[in-house]
Write a protein that binds this ligand. Structure first.
Ligand SMILES: Nc1ncnc2c1ncn2[C@@H]1O[C@H](COP(=O)(O)OP(=O)(O)OP(=O)(O)O)[C@@H](O)[C@H]1O
Length: 546
């Protein structure tokens, strides 16, 4: 069979694979950010009907009709994101199913515009397989190139750990809106191209079954690279055809084989095919950098109280840290130390009292705003982005201060390569400082516990925050490691960070801190130099003697 006859025999299959890639990408971009959306076919339907109506009634040139379809779906994606902004996990997924069903039922019931259940047609065929593939590959290029931009890295952080992302200054609501907009643009383009290829359009092309087929392509492909999405879609789309060619094309066989493919991927390739087809990135070794000089800030907490139901976690706590000072926060379990950190960083709004940073009141501001005001933190229970490389963990710490590179990356300008090199050497120098120079491309989850703690510290200091908050940084470390950490904390103070450190290890507190506040049952118990509080009989009775 020559190329021409092969093309003629398989044009429909080629077209549906190209369209499938666009649909699968619309799921993947959200999945990578931890959002499992089933809205794609609803968004695709909006793109399909908008472009078809414009072709039928206004005889618009097809590129404009497709662009209008994509724009409608993008807008719908933004509205959907705004509507479901408070939902997470399965509730969010259910809301996206509801959205897709509302779209489908509207198409059925708005018969005067949409043709109701019978649909629209004949629609003059405007696009063929090569055009569809050019658009699909262009979309793959854009999605791949966005991965290392501020937006792409923020989305990946969001997928890994939402609270930790907020603490890096990432505006979760904004990133989710952009992601749904991108998903809408991709699905809307897919729907529009499919409508302008298939002669006929009706609501039965946008059922939950179709959405599940799209999701299957995305899951089999995985989220780590667009190569996975292309491969996943090809596998899932080509299986029925292959079975047909082999004479085993009865409906149930193809469904069973697709189901088996999905099961095999979930069981044996949790990252999907993209886990195997990962783009190669080179490791970077550079000299460890000096600590970036931070602009030290003053922290002032006045009479903060907070209760959870009947539990008083904080009761009239005040604390002052002068610029460049290291203040320790100690006390028995349940004393309110982590709660106080969460009040400073915006996770909790206090019932009464106020928090001032560099003279500005920040009480109750959103977490990402406080982080951007110059507050870096580590968590009591480690929260590195386990699925991301060490390099990306460090880069994510400074993601909000990164320059915008989307346009230069999409256009493959030399500036994009320079930005990549700058990112790599920035991360490598920070990793070098915490002894992880040779681990920059390893996944964070593959590091030993102590190394993950060091990585988290490198991430927290990446943007040179004026205030650095460390929540039990020496947990799990032996005495000599804890003392080394104390020296590192002093180095950070010398580099201009004001440091607040919660710790049970009193050797570290003695070595690192200028002053210590002792809390017990949510109330201040003592305050002074480390030696003063350690020898205070009240502290010995309530905490150290225990
Ligand atoms: N989200 C919450 N909901 C209900 N109670 C909470 C919440 N967060 C903290 N608490 C309660 O507030 C009190 C103070 O807890 P917190 O975690 O701040 O103590 P801590 O001093 O950090 O203890 P540890 O040293 O064990 O980490 C505890 O009684 C705890 O159970």
């Amino acid at each position: 069979m020559d190329l021409n006859s092969f093309y003629l025999a398989n044009e429909s299959l080629l077209s549906s694979t190209g369209i499938g890639i666009l649909y699968a990408l619309s799921v993947t971009v959200l999945l990578r950010a931890g959002v499992f959306s089933l809205a794609s076919c609803g968004l695709g339907a909006l793109g399909a009907y908008t472009s078809s109506l414009l072709i039928i009634h206004a005889q618009l040139p097809w590129p404009l009709a497709v662009a209008a379809g994509a724009a409608t779906a993008t807008l719908a994606g933004v509205l959907l994101a705004a509507t479901v902004s408070r939902l997470r996990h399965v509730f969010l997924t259910i809301a996206t199913v509801a959205f897709a069903e509302v779209v489908r039922l509207s198409l059925v019931n708005l018969g005067s515009i949409t043709g109701g259940p019978v649909g629209l047609g004949p629609i003059p065929r405007q696009v063929e397989a090569p055009t569809i593939w050019i658009v699909a590959l262009a979309a793959c290029w854009v999605v791949a190139r966005l991965a290392r931009t501020r937006f792409g890295i923020s989305a990946a952080c969001l997928g890994a750990d939402e609270p930790a992302s907020r603490a890096q200054g990432i505006d979760v609501a904004r990133i989710r809106i952009k992601l749904f907009a991108l998903s809408g643009a991709l699905a809307g383009t897919a729907g529009a191209l499919s409508a302008l290829h298939n002669y006929h359009l009706d609501p039965s092309q946008f059922t939950l079954d179709q959405t599940l087929a799209v999701v299957m392509c995305a899951v089999v492909g995985g989220t780590r690279s667009v190569w996975g999405t292309i491969a996943g879609t090809a596998v899932i789309t080509l299986i029925p055809q292959l079975l047909l060619d082999l004479g085993a094309g009865a409906g149930w066989i193809s469904v069973a084989v697709q189901g088996a493919a999905l099961l095999a991927v979930v069981l044996f390739l949790p990252g999907g095919l993209s886990g195997v087809l990962r783009p190669r990135v080179s490791s970077t070794v550079v000299e460890p950098a000096e600590l970036d000089r931070a602009e030290p800030v003053e922290l002032r907490i006045e009479q903060v109280s907070l209760s959870f139901g009947g539990v008083t976690a904080l009761d009239g706590v005040s604390l002052h840290a002068a610029p460049g000072e290291v203040v320790g926060l100690v006390g028995p379990n349940g004393a309110g130390k982590t709660t106080l950190i969460n009040v400073i960083t915006g996770q909790y709004r206090p019932d009464t009292g106020s928090v001032h940073l560099a003279g500005q009141e920040i009480t109750g501001r959103p977490v990402h705003r406080i982080a951007r005001a110059g507050v870096g933190r580590t968590f009591q229970n480690l929260r590195v982005f386990g699925d991301l490389s060490c390099r990306d963990n460090v880069v994510s710490g400074a993601v909000t201060t990164m320059p915008a590179t989307a346009a230069s990356r999409i256009l493959a300008l030399p500036a994009a390569r320079r930005a990549d090199r700058a990112q790599a050497s920035f991360a490598a120098s920070r990793l070098g400082r915490v002894g992880l120079a040779d681990r920059d491309l390893d996944r964070a989850s593959s590091l030993a516990y102590g190394d993950q703690r060091r990585l988290e510290m490198a991430r927290a200091t990446a943007a040179a925050p004026g205030l650095l908050i460390l929540d039990e940084p020496a947990a799990g470390m032996n005495e000599s490691e804890a003392l080394r950490l104390a020296d590192t904390i002093r180095e950070h103070a010398a580099a201009g960070h004001t440091v607040l450190v919660v710790e049970h290890n009193m050797s570290l507190i003695r070595r690192a801190c200028d002053r210590v506040l002792v809390l017990a049952s949510g109330r201040p118990l003592a305050e002074g130099t480390p030696d003063q509080v350690i020898s205070d009989p009240k502290v010995i009775e309530a905490y150290l003697g225990a």
